[in-house]
Design a protein around this ligand. Structure first.
Ligand SMILES: Cc1cc2nc3c(=O)[nH]c(=O)nc-3n(C[C@H](O)[C@H](O)[C@H](O)COP(=O)(O)OP(=O)(O)OC[C@H]3O[C@@H](n4cnc5c(N)ncnc54)[C@H](O)[C@@H]3O)c2cc1C
Ligand code: SF4
Ligand code: SF4
Length: 1017
């Protein structure tokens, strides 16, 4: 999407903070700014944000440029190289081998603006794209034609096509489709001198060929060199390139010359750009071939008592035309069974399975799934070593098995403590028929180094993701990293394999390319590199490195890539400060461990479903990802930023304040980086030193202000409407003048409840008793939802009490980082509720953020102190376990079955779209309302939305108004696209945001109001 047609309007650049350029690059930045339209960021933060990717490596670049088009890329390359600074193209930065880490490079982030799908030709099954388009977004565009881009890396929800080309990416279906080089037909690329090359099929010795190779220009030199290198080294290429579906080590010298469909011998430089990791030029456009999407698939998962038996059956599986053959081992099953998020998916796996092979069949290869599975059952079960099979034909059951398979990396990376299963030889690949012996010997290597690993991934193509567990913060771990790589690369060579079958060379494996390819091809690689990039300005040190005095290029970069122990993100000298915290981080291993849990995988840059991360989606800026915030916090605690930086205005406003605290990352981040918690703690630390602002204090004490506003209503409401009042609120409290403040009601929920004589269902007649929590918004501003909750609960036979003496939940104080105040409120409520909870009462909330506050954040706020004081199960846990959102409560105990609803048939009550609250989504409590609404007769369309952008007080902040609106854009689109009659949302602030949507006439109801309406029918 180009900046012009982007619906997003917000950029962190709008904040009024200083961003001084790094002094040593001042001339370079000035020249870049004079030539490039896109942003040029050479400040300290940009350099921290772009120092890491999804790998174990880290090194600061010179700075970052965000090109808007080919002209910008050309200008940036020319200026950088004129200044003697190397260039590194980058997409999402989800690479696992360090190939987007470039010490001292100018990073060209093409994902920001160069992300258009330029053309789709369904008849030719071709698409032309810019490099920054995310692969899943491309597939979404192609879906209407029944087409897709075949390579399907597990990271496709954020990885770009350009990055996939750079790495020659592939995924679980490589058995069926092969890898990216097979689908990259042509590329347009910018070379290191700023010239543009159109790389495509050229018939050798044709007039076109003769024309291309004549002359002295760069292009002619490249064509001549590549042909000569390929022809001169034909025997070595034949001997050294392994016969595999996936080999992504080195340059694709084996694929650049081939016979095309017309039987002509062609040379296609596009195939060389694939897998070149940005070392030959910057791809600015690519022509891709596409495949049709199979209509149906089926899975058969075979269980084995022994991993090696499973490996022996891989070649057998391949005889049956599977579209995927995937491996999982018992370590994956064990971790999944012990986890909250994945335990349900491991249920179908029988006890005693040490390994499982999952075969997928698709309808384009096999037309009768049951027959296909019957055939493999004969070979695997009756005549083979498998002891059980799990068959899955319907979509949901298949999706669950794939979730289990894809859970492996997140589960492994969430291991507590410093030793972690790191990627460095994690995608070595051998021919499937050699897997069994290879795995046995691999076990030996791990034993020799006193470590272990799980085994999983793409067995059908011979790629196993094996990540040895190491502590890279210790010298011994760093040394083991290198010696394990030495041993495994020996082993892979013995087994005719490739050191990388999926993730590329990068800093982890470039060192070993000479070992894999031998002296002649190593020299050939360097010749190719030099033809494209005579001074080695493009991403030096990847794929090839300088190991001879004859090699050209800037001395400072000599040898980068020559040792996979260099430039580690964590190394033996890494240190971080563990702050004294107000929140309990014991379960996270401490504040710093929670920060360091971010491995850079980039899932927080996903563009599709889930909550995480709304601020990135609205801004497309790295600093607004969970990863960006975690990287900034890590720099602050590890000395990469000055000690005081955390308390600077920029850090506070750009890194912390813009996190809306939706908790999306706590559930959606594969390793569970809980940025809302980290932010609350970091803000608290800041307040301890600098004090809180007037606005923070106002919102933290919104309950007291609302109480006063309600007592003075309607005067208090008129006061905000008198001319000039909004300007005063803006200048004194920083409240956005565009926002209507919630109106205060003279009769609060509590008043209403008392006036009606309290509970309508006497305690003695009720099986269930609840305290209905009078949260600030419901009590003072929107009692209607509270009244609906009371009526519904009572209609279900529940005794309801609304006590006078509860404290505010503390959510508002927590969100602003005023943890002392939040803690006091939590303590007061726990003391108040615990005796009643112990007596069988439950605590029910209308407002989701307050429910989750008690269910989740109270544990962090009261933590160990509460545990020690109580003995047994601490009060905070008992109260948290008895706390429910109102629809959650109805659903959990199926109380809605008792409601007197006249017609429960689907759609009897009309159609609703449902926008869930992000806090409830993050704690997996969002489905309850949908279930209840459906059972009382609504047709419900649960919207695939993230945070609404209000996030409590965030949307009211003057400086955050535009970002809040930009975040809401996605919600508004989904509401507009839904066929439902009206939208419901449990969150008070979400409803305010929805009311401000164009075309909305009123505040939408809370789901409990929609349920209560059914009682009137
Ligand atoms: C959890 C996880 C799972 C993964 N699963 C897979 C998987 O199943 N299969 C797989 O293949 N990979 C996988 N990866 C690795 C990675 O996500 C993929 O290789 C992905 O395709 C990289 O895309 P990106 O946009 O992040 O590229 P980046 O990491 O930004 O870049 C990748 C390389 O391409 C180069 N590059 C980027 N843009 C350009 C351009 N315009 N011109 C020239 N060069 C360019 C970069 O310099 C770099 O060398 C996984 C990573 C993670 C963290
Ligand atoms: S915050 Fe989580 S999702 Fe984002 S990069 Fe880090 S580990 Fe991945
Ligand atoms: S809490 Fe929400 S806004 Fe903040 S980093 Fe996590 S997902 Fe992003």
């Amino acid at each position: 999407m180009t900046p012009d047609d982007s619906p997003r309007t917000w950029s962190a650049q709008e904040l009024d903070v200083e961003r001084p350029d790094a002094a040593e690059y001042r001339d370079l930045t000035a020249d870049l700014r004079s030539r490039v339209d896109g942003r040029v960021a050479f400040d300290e933060y940009a350099r921290v944000l772009y120092a890491t990717d999804g790998s174990i490596y880290g090194a600061q670049p010179a700075g970052v440029v965000f090109p808007t088009d080919t002209g910008d890329v050309r200008a940036a390359v020319e200026v950088a190289t004129d200044h003697g600074v190397p260039v590194l193209p980058r997409g999402t930065g989800s690479s696992l081998a360090g190939q987007t880490v470039g010490p001292g490079c100018v990073v060209l982030d093409v994902s920001r603006h160069m992300d258009d799908v330029l053309d789709v030709n369904p008849d030719a099954e071709r698409a032309r794209v810019q490099p920054g388009v995310v692969q899943d977004d491309l597939d979404d565009r192609l879906a209407e034609h029944g087409l897709k881009f075949a390579p399907d890396p597990a990271s496709s929800n954020r990885a770009t096509v350009g990055g996939g080309i750079g790495n020659n990416s592939t995924g679980a279906h490589s058995v069926r489709y092969g890898i990216t080089d097979a689908y990259t037909e042509a590329v347009t690329a910018v070379l290191s001198d700023g010239s543009v090359i159109e790389a495509r099929e050229v018939v050798l010795d044709s007039p076109e060929w003769d024309d291309l190779v004549s002359g002295d220009g760069r292009e002619a030199e490249i064509y001549r060199t590549v042909r000569a290198v390929v022809e001169d080294n034909a025997d070595e290429i034949e001997a050294r390139y392994p016969d595999l579906k996936r080999c992504v080590s080195g340059y694709n010298l084996d694929r650049v010359v081939y016979e095309n469909d017309a039987g002509e011998r062609v040379l296609n430089l596009a195939k060389l750009f694939v897998g070149a990791e940005g070392t030959l030029g910057v791809v600015v456009e690519a022509e891709l071939s596409l495949v049709t999407v199979p209509e149906e698939t089926a899975l058969a998962l075979y269980c084995f008592e022994d991993l090696v038996d499973a490996m022996r059956m891989v070649p057998v599986a391949l005889e049956y035309e599977p579209s995927a053959v995937e491996l999982m081992d018992d370590e994956v099953f064990r971790l999944a069974a012990e986890s909250d998020g994945y335990a349900e998916y491991v249920d179908p796996i029988p006890d005693g399975a040490e390994a499982a092979l999952m075969l997928e069949f698709d309808s384009e290869l096999r037309d009768d799934f049951e027959r296909a599975v019957a055939e493999t059952n004969d070979r695997f079960l009756d005549d083979g070593p498998a002891f059980d099979v799990v068959e899955a034909y319907d979509e949901a059951a298949q999706a669950d098995l794939w979730k289990l398979r894809k859970a492996a990396i997140p589960l492994l990376m969430s291991l507590d403590g410093d030793p972690k299963p790191y990627p460095f030889i994690e995608d070595a690949t051998v021919p499937p028929e050699e897997l069994a012996e290879y795995v046995q010997k691999f076990e030996g290597v791990l034993e020799d180094h006193d470590t272990s690993a799980a085994y999983f991934a793409h067995a059908g193509s011979g790629t196993l993701h094996i990540r040895p567990i190491l502590n890279l913060k210790e010298e011994a771990g760093v040394e083991a990293l290198h010696s394990i790589t030495e041993d495994v690369t020996d082993l892979v060579l013995d087994h005719h394999g490739s050191f990388s079958g999926e993730h590329g060379d990068g800093m982890a494996r470039t060192e070993f390319n000479p070992k894999m390819y031998g002296e002649d091809l190593w020299r050939a690689f360097k010749e190719v590199k030099t033809a494209f990039d005579p001074e080695w300005w493009m991403h030096p040190g990847n794929v090839v490195y300088r190991d001879s005095a004859a090699d050209v290029g800037p001395d400072a970069e000599r040898g980068v890539g020559a040792d996979n122990r260099d430039h580690l993100r964590y190394g033996a000298d890494y240190e971080s400060v563990e702050p004294q915290t107000a929140l309990d981080f014991a379960d996270d291993g401490g504040f710093s461990e929670l920060v360091e849990l971010c491995n850079g995988c980039g899932t927080c840059r996903q563009t599709g479903s889930d909550v995480m991360c709304p601020t990135y989606r609205a801004s497309e800026e790295e600093v607004q990802t969970t990863r960006g915030r975690a990287n900034m916090l890590r720099a602050a605690i590890s000395g990469d930023l000055p000690e005081e930086e955390l308390h600077s205005e920029r850090f506070q406003s750009e890194v912390l304040d813009l996190c809306v605290g939706c908790k999306g990352c706590a559930s959606d981040c594969p390793t569970g980086v809980d940025m809302a918690k980290l932010k609350a703690e970091a803000k608290h630390q800041h307040h301890q030193r600098e004090g809180a602002t007037l606005r923070e204090r106002l919102f933290a004490n919104i309950d007291a202000a609302s109480k006063l506003g309600s007592a003075l209503a309607p005067l208090s409401n008129w006061a905000t409407e008198i001319p000039g009042a909004r300007r005063v609120l803006q200048s004194v409290f920083g409240i956005a003048p565009e926002r209507d403040l919630p109106p205060f009601r003279r009769e609060t929920l509590r008043d209403w409840f008392d006036a009606r004589g309290g509970a309508a269902v006497p305690e003695a007649d009720a099986d269930r008793r609840v305290i209905l929590f009078p949260d600030t918004y419901t009590n003072y501003s929107y009692p209607a939802a509270g009244k609906a909750a009371v009526r519904t609960l009572e209609a279900a036979g529940v005794h309801v009490a609304i006590p006078d003496d509860v404290a505010p939940s503390g959510r508002a104080a927590f969100s602003t980082g005023m943890l002392d105040a939040a803690g006091e409120r939590a303590r007061a409520n726990v003391d108040q509720f615990a005796p009643r909870v112990d007596d069988g009462w439950d605590v029910v909330f209308v407002e989701p953020s307050d429910a989750v506050m008690v269910q989740d954040e109270y544990r962090d706020l009261l933590g160990d102190g509460a545990r020690a004081a109580d003995g047994g199960t601490p009060a905070v846990e008992r109260v948290a376990d008895s706390a429910y959102g109102v629809c959650e409560y109805l659903d959990a105990f199926r109380l809605d079955d008792a409601l007197p609803v006249p017609d429960r048939s689907p759609g009897a009550a009309g159609a609703l779209s449902y926008h869930g609250h992000c806090n409830q989504k993050a704690t997996n409590k969002d489905h309850h309302a949908v279930g209840v609404l459906r059972r009382v007769g609504y047709d419900v369309d649960p919207l695939d939305t993230t945070c609404c952008g209000m996030a409590g007080s965030f949307g009211y902040h003057d400086e955050h108004y535009d970002l809040s609106q930009a975040i809401a854009g996605r919600l508004f689109e989904r509401v507009d696209d839904s066929d439902a009659d009206r939208v419901v949302a449990p969150g008070g602030s979400c409803r305010s945001q929805l009311r401000d949507r164009d075309g909305a006439d009123d505040l939408p109801p809370h789901p409990i109001e929609a349920v209560a309406e059914r009682l009137d029918d």
